[in-house]
Design a protein around this ligand. Structure first.
Ligand code: GAL
Length: 658
């Protein structure tokens, strides 16, 4: 009995962290931070997220970590911790714009929270007792608004422990990539949207994407006057003078079979981007390390990987292509990395692809190159002369010249460029980029945009992707043909925002969720990866025609979340044929409850989810098709069950049969 009491006392003594090991200080900035998630940019040791010295209200801190909301980090203390200390606050680099909140959590409880902090809030000291805590989590939330400018510093952050090291705990275990999409068959299949459009009298180009064995003959009957098609490539070119809607019969034939489909061509004013643009953009991969060779190689790879036959068609150059000075006559020129931009555009067009470019309404772009401020018409003309088909127009330097804080002042530069684009003799898709300010989705179409960014920049983490993607419901009502909400570009494949790229940090399940959610959201699909390094898994993700068809559906509806509960969400998109696409996501965490934002339990690998078909608008019998596997799951009434991986998705098409 005495012996049992002694053991119990000893166990309690050790359990309280009172082991005989000496107390050691472990600084956050010397720990493994590879699992620390950040909502934007990258975390930096002893530096802010923008790589400045860690500074809160004028005080510079030598040690600590600069991160960005939503930021999450979990460690395994195993009960050996004693104290956690830090000084927290918003970094001075974002004057007047941030609002965020710091939390320290232990074993599913909030141990400390800062309250909402802005750049004027004094730095707050944290000093908490963490004895007995097994799993500890550091969290910075967006303070309930959005993550824009939420640069957060864990200055002087350190743990006192009795032990040697502290292990970081990943929130999701990667698992092996697995391919669900069946290989493309030999018989022809006509892909791409069922509708495309152009302005009367302007150059028209549309490549009909067709998969299947070559040689193949493609025929387009009833083309409007002024257009013709190359039967070997399926590229339609020309000019149509007459406004109207033209129904074209497309047929594709090879030795393995034949396929037919109707393509609607709408000729009218502002009829570009009738379905969300699909293509590639240089930013998430090369950022300012972009050059002409890389753009050309990306276009060539778009064709050699066969992506062009699945509807991928834009090759968009982002920032850093410009020369630092305009000519005396005010002309904007490319820099030395683009010795022949017109030749590049011609090459891209010769492949049946389209090409895009980037500028800012401000005097400078984000990377500090000349913007189009006061040169709008001139620049629009330059891009038209080069043969550009798409312009991303990024606010950035305009914040220095914006007249005031009114809605009109925020709309003005976008109206000015719209007018300029209308005056040049070329169809140029107009992509607004101003990170969602002043609810741009409510007026992006009114100022003549074809699409508009609704958020800050995406990063290759589940945290970033899910906090952006699952917050898009408020923008849904505004989506439609030539009016797309843009939750930013894809983060699949090799990404890196610079000269050296690495595989995305998203797990395979998270990548399935990424494409599924962006398809349901009718979001522009712009790859941001090294096109020459596309592995089979990534190719499988971006060549599933049934998934792409959800994105490209001509009705142009954006999905809405019809079920949201306890770590799962079901997003439903109405389709032109009367059916609905539904994504059943096992998010495993909440985006608002600090405790539920973490995965505390090991072994969260998948979950059986019962989908209530009535909640999705299906009263009677319906058929359910698994879009990733391209397989019928059968007929269901009332509910259907699906096993969904952690951070993964089941994407289905549901059709009422009675
Ligand atoms: C950001 C924009 C990014 C990229 C970058 C270029 O403002 O959100 O997508 O275009 O500028 O400097």
């Amino acid at each position: 009995m005495k012996r049992a009491i002694l053991i119990a006392v000893l166990a309690a003594f050790l359990g309280m962290g009172c082991s005989t090991q000496p107390v050691k200080t472990v600084w956050l900035d010397e720990m493994d931070l590879s699992t620390m998630e950040t909502g934007w940019g990258s975390n930096h040791v002893k530096k802010s997220v923008d790589r400045n010295p860690l500074t809160i209200n004028g005080t510079v801190y030598e040690r600590g970590v600069g991160t960005h909301a939503i930021s999450k980090y979990m460690v395994d203390l195993g009960g050996k911790g004693r104290r956690f200390m830090a000084t927290v606050g918003v970094d001075d680099e974002v004057k007047g714009k941030a609002s965020l909140e710091f939390f320290v959590l232990g074993d599913k409880k909030i141990l400390w929270q800062s309250g909402i902090m802005t750049d004027t809030t004094a730095a707050l000291p944290v000093d908490i007792d963490i004895r007995g805590v097994k799993k500890l989590a550091l969290l910075v939330t967006d303070g309930g608004d959005n993550i824009n400018f939420d640069h957060a510093n864990w200055a002087d952050a350190r743990f006192e422990i009795r032990g040697d090291t502290i292990l970081a705990l990943p929130q999701a275990v990667a698992g092996e990539p697995y391919i669900l999409t069946p290989p493309v068959g030999d018989a022809p299949r006509i892909n791409g949207p069922s509708v495309t459009g152009a302005t009367p009298g302007r150059p028209f180009m549309y490549k009909i994407p067709v998969t299947g064995k070559r040689p193949m003959t493609i025929i387009a009957a009833n083309l409007p006057a002024g257009l013709s098609m190359d039967p070997a490539t399926g590229v339609i070119t020309g000019k149509v003078k007459q406004e109207g809607e033209y129904l074209v019969d497309v047929r594709a034939k090879n030795e393995a079979g034949e396929a037919a489909r109707t393509l609607k061509i709408i000729i009218g004013k502002h009829k570009l981007a009738l379905t969300p643009p699909m293509g590639w953009n240089s930013w998430n991969n090369w950022a300012c390390a972009v050059d002409q060779e890389k753009v050309k190689a990306s276009a060539d790879a778009m064709v050699s990987h066969g992506l062009i036959e699945h509807g991928w068609c834009y090759i968009n150059i982002d920032d850093c292509w410009q020369s630092s000075e305009r000519t005396k006559a005010g002309e904007l020129l490319p820099n030395e990395k683009f010795p022949d931009i017109k030749g590049l555009a011609d090459h891209v067009h010769s492949l049946g692809l389209k090409i895009g470019i980037y500028s800012s309404p401000g005097p400078t772009t984000c990377a500090g190159y000349p913007g189009s401020y006061k040169f709008e018409l001139r620049d629009a003309q330059t891009w038209a002369n080069w043969g550009m088909d798409y312009i991303k127009y990024d606010w950035c330097g305009y914040s220095r010249v914006v007249e005031d804080n009114t809605l009109e002042a925020y709309q003005k530069p976008y109206r000015v460029m719209r007018e300029a684009l209308d005056r040049v003799d070329r169809d140029i898709v107009y992509s607004l980029c101003q990170y969602g300010m002043k609810d741009v989705s409510a007026w992006g179409a009114e100022v003549g945009g074809d699409l508009w960014r609704t958020t800050g920049d995406i990063g290759d983490s589940w945290n970033s992707l899910s906090s952006i993607g699952f917050a898009q419901d408020k923008n849904s009502p505004y989506a439609g043909p030539s009016a797309w909400n843009d939750p930013d570009m894809l983060v699949l494949g090799y990404v890196g925002w610079g000269a050296s790229l690495s595989p995305t940090r998203l797990t395979p399940d998270e990548q399935y969720s990424h494409i599924s959610l962006w398809s349901l959201l009718a979001a522009p699909l712009l790859l941001g990866c090294d096109m020459e390094r596309l592995d089979d898994f990534t190719l499988n993700l971006i060549t599933n025609d049934e998934v792409i068809a959800v994105n490209q559906d001509a009705l142009g509806k954006q999905a809405v979340p019809l079920v949201r509960e306890d770590g799962m969400e079901v997003w439903v998109k109405e389709l032109e044929d009367g059916s609905k696409a539904a994504g059943v996501f096992y998010t495993g965490s909440s985006n608002t409850d600090p405790v539920e934002m973490f995965n505390w339990d090991e072994g969260k690998t998948s979950r059986k989810i019962t989908v209530d078909l009535a909640a999705l608008g299906f009263a009677g019998k319906c058929t359910v098709r698994d879009l990733w596997r391209q397989q019928e799951l059968g007929a269901f009434t009332g509910t259907f069950d699906t096993e969904v991986p952690f951070h993964g998705v089941t994407l289905v098409k549901i059709t009422a049969t009675e």
